[in-house]
Design a binder for this molecule. Structure first.
Ligand SMILES: [Zn+2]
Length: 116
C-alpha cells in the first residue's frame, strides 16, 4: 500500500524476514527510498498499528526535516516510540475492526538502514 506523508508518496511493504544490521526487527523506515517495511509476523498482532505508527512517525520526522537537526537517532527513537505508544493508546484501533488494506507478504530483507 501507499501512504501520502506530508505530500510525498511512501510505499509500505510487508516482508517475511527482516534483519537490520544483523538483528531481527518488526519494522523499518528507509527515508532515502521512502519505504516503510513491516514484518509479516507483526501484521496480525496487536502491535501492528503501534509498529506501523512508529515507522510512519519516522517518515514524518524525515519529511519535516527533523533528521537535519542535532537530535540524534537515539533521541529520535525515544520520541517516536513514545508518540506511537501514546497515539495507539488514544485511538486504539482494534485489529478486527480496522479496515485493512490488501496486504501482500513478500520475501525480502532490509537492504540498508538502521533499526529505525
Ligand atoms: Zn524506530
Amino acid at each position: 500500500m501507499y501512504l501520502m506523508i506530508k505530500g510525498k508518496k511512501w510505499k509500505v511493504k510487508y516482508l517475511k524476514r527482516m534483519k537490520v544490521d544483523g538483528h531481527d526487527t518488526d519494522g523499518y523506515c528507509d527515508p532515502k527510498r521512502r519505504v516503510i517495511a513491516i514484518r509479516d509476523k507483526a501484521v496480525n498482532s496487536n502491535d501492528y498499528y503501534r509498529i506501523l505508527m512508529h515507522e510512519v512517525l519516522h517518515a514524518i520526522w524525515h519529511e519535516s526535516g527533523l533528521d537535519n537537526t542535532n537530535i540524534g537517532i537515539d533521541m529520535e527513537e525515544v520520541i517516536v516510540e513514545n508518540f506511537a505508544t501514546a497515539l495507539n493508546e488514544i485511538f486504539k484501533v482494534s485489529i478486527r475492526e480496522a479496515k485493512r488494506p490488501d496486504i501482500k507478504i513478500v520475501r525480502g530483507q532490509a537492504r540498508s538502514g538502521r533499526d529505525r
